[in-house]
Write a protein that binds this ligand. Structure first.
Ligand code: GMT
Length: 375
């Protein structure tokens, strides 16, 4: 098959899923054409079946705002024609699905191409419900040849918000379990913590929705009883607020700011607990990658997180905003050795059974084959 994947290149789950999917599909011998405004963050290994096509909006004095959606649409139509694309797979509805649908329309006299929309989260829960975007998403969903959601939660939310005429398939996110596995590294661990200290980690894009300040406050509570260090990975608009809190609570020597990192297995491999404090998370890919590296997760029980963080099995969920409960569960995990052993073993087993890319990627491939062979 010849498949175009349209995605965001920035650090964030939808771009990561799209890129890992590109590698997975390419391994089956299919040709994948990634279309975006720069090479995606995790597109860092060469594969002869993957091509990257850059979208660059024209710079003209009349256009005060870059015409990205139009440029993207034109680029998709061009690649469909040039590369004989059979499937346009759009990750995140705005503007990707919209552009995919219009590109399909442009080439329709000569090419029969199908559009698959994969919804990831805020394209439905936050951005999608804004009044000026709602009709666009509605249009894009109803015109897509297939729609997928990354979790049961997102499936139900999409039905409630948009009631698309097409059936929606849940194809959950996945992880490369061979890459995301714990590799003990005592020397690296010692660079961050003393032998008697635990390591807590948080990884995100530091957007307001992630509430990273809550991570700092929970850590401040935890460290009063459990000798520990916190590693913060990522960067984003909330960083100044987080830095302020760290200074205010005198935590400068206990928290490491690593910034954006493309390889996180090494960091997860020296971590004992992943703290996640998002106010909404349709799936929580970063948490899944932690589980795959045997790191239990403590988080708020919001969105689709309850589908992967199972209480007393892979970690603990608590009520949104209850920082004390988050700290309580974290202390429990970090102080009870038998519990810790049980949880960390369950984490890996759970991922191997349900979220291994070898289980999930064939579901996308089957969906593509069915669409191509429909007529
Ligand atoms: O929706 C977003 O905030 C953007 C998106 C992204 O590009 O990171 O994140 C969503 O998609 C991920 C991959 O499917 C999910 O793991 C995240 O839970 C989801 N984020 C939210 O729902 C906030």
């Amino acid at each position: 098959m010849n498949i175009a994947i349209v995605c965001y290149p920035t650090i964030g789950g939808s771009g990561i899923v799209a890129t890992e999917l590109a590698y997975g599909i390419a391994e089956f011998g299919h040709k994948v054409h990634i279309i975006s405004y720069s090479p995606p963050f995790r597109y860092n290994k060469f594969n002869e079946n993957i091509y990257f096509h850059n979208v660059s909006p024209p710079n003209y004095p009349l256009f005060e705002f870059p015409l990205y959606t139009l440029s993207l649409t034109g680029k998709i139509a061009e690649i469909v024609e040039l590369e004989n694309i059979e499937i346009i797979h759009c990750h995140y509805a705005i503007p990707h699905s919209f552009s995919g649908i219009v590109a399909k329309e442009i080439v329709s006299p000569y090419f029969d191409v199908k559009v698959v929309t994969t919804l990831h989260g805020t394209d439905v829960t936050l951005v999608g419900t804004q009044p000026n975007f709602r009709p666009i998403i509605h249009f894009a969903l109803n015109k897509s040849d297939a729609i997928t959601c990354v979790s049961e939660f997102l499936y139900h939310t999409t039905i409630r918000e948009f009631a698309p005429i097409k059936p929606i398939e849940v194809i959950s996110n996945f992880v490369d379990v061979d890459e995301y596995q714990r590799k003990a590294n005592p020397e690296l661990r010692r660079r961050f913590a003393k032998d008697n200290e635990k390591i807590i980690v948080h990884i995100s894009n530091f957007r307001p929705v992630k509430r990273v300040s809550d991570v700092v406050l929970a850590f401040n509570n935890i460290r009063k009883e459990i000798p520990s260090k916190l590693i913060l990975v990522g960067d984003g608009p909330e960083m100044p607020k987080v830095e302020y809190l760290v200074k205010k609570h005198n935590l400068v020597n206990d928290i490491f700011f690593l910034g954006e990192q493309s390889s996180i297995v090494e960091i997860l491999s020296i971590s004992d607990l992943f703290l996640l404090t998002s106010e909404i998370e349709s799936f929580g890919l970063a948490a899944l990658e932690a589980l795959s590296c045997e790191v239990p997760v403590a988080c708020y029980g919001v969105g689709g997180l309850g589908e992967i963080i199972i209480n007393d099995f892979t970690g603990y969920t608590c009520e949104f905003g209850d920082i004390d409960a988050l700290a309580f569960h974290s202390k429990k995990i970090l102080s009870d050795e038998a519990l810790y052993k049980k949880l960390s073993q369950n984490c890996r087993k759970f991922v191997l059974e349900k979220f291994d890319k070898r289980i999930i990627i064939p579901k996308y491939i089957e969906l593509f084959y069915n669409l191509i062979n429909k007529n």
